[in-house]
Design a protein around this ligand. Sequence first.
Ligand code: 13P
Length: 253
Amino acid sequence: MRKLFIAGNWKMNKGIKETGIFFNRLFELIDNYDSIDVAIAPPFTSLPEAVKMCREKKVLIGAQNMYFEEEGAFTGEISPLFLKELNVDFVILGHSERRHIFNESNELISKKVKTALKHDLTPVLCVGETLKEREDEKTETVLKEQMDSAFNDISPDDAKKVIIAYEPVWAIGTGKTATPEIAGDAHFFIRKRIKELYNSIVAEEIRIVYGGSVKPENAKALLDVKDIDGALIGGASLSADSFAKIINIGMEV
Ligand code: 13P
């Protein structure tokens, strides 16, 4: 049985003060959520506040990115050691905004995945096709390239620890959600590729979550799909009320 992973990616939103306000409200709205993993990835500067507020609440806290080197002349970058020092649990890697706005390559993301695993930070590896790639029927080719690169040289035991987020680029921040059928097909393909790269045990254990315009209104239909093990939520995670609604839906599916 795979535990659902319901995570908010705040992107470049919420400083320290707003982080405090969010968690105070969230903990008024959710309780007894041990059956699922609840997680938030705030901006770097809000991480200490988020970790502090969630210490006794079993909400996982993650970073939205990091560099693959541990220290040195890399102006503006964040080391995995700094994240460990803050007791961060996971790190989002290869988000489509990192790939497309900041030109991160599969090769760079692959190095980051290895570094995260080395430091016991759970990688949340984002994969997904653009609208053009989908229209050109290249979805599976793109997903395969992104996955094969990210899992290159990763042992089966480490592979199981990765959480894959399928985030079709055309569904991010557009209000256009993938239908449960489209998302289900992509998740099925991703799990099948993991089975080919490793074996059926890794494929059964690895968690694959969906991201792209997830809201309280569409969460149940998506989370009901067999191969969908949770959600990575952008816009709807900025309000504690809507994020709590999705958590409560996750606890019931
Ligand atoms: P939205 O939920 O705002 O579409 O963002 C999805 C996302 O990019 C999560 O990482």
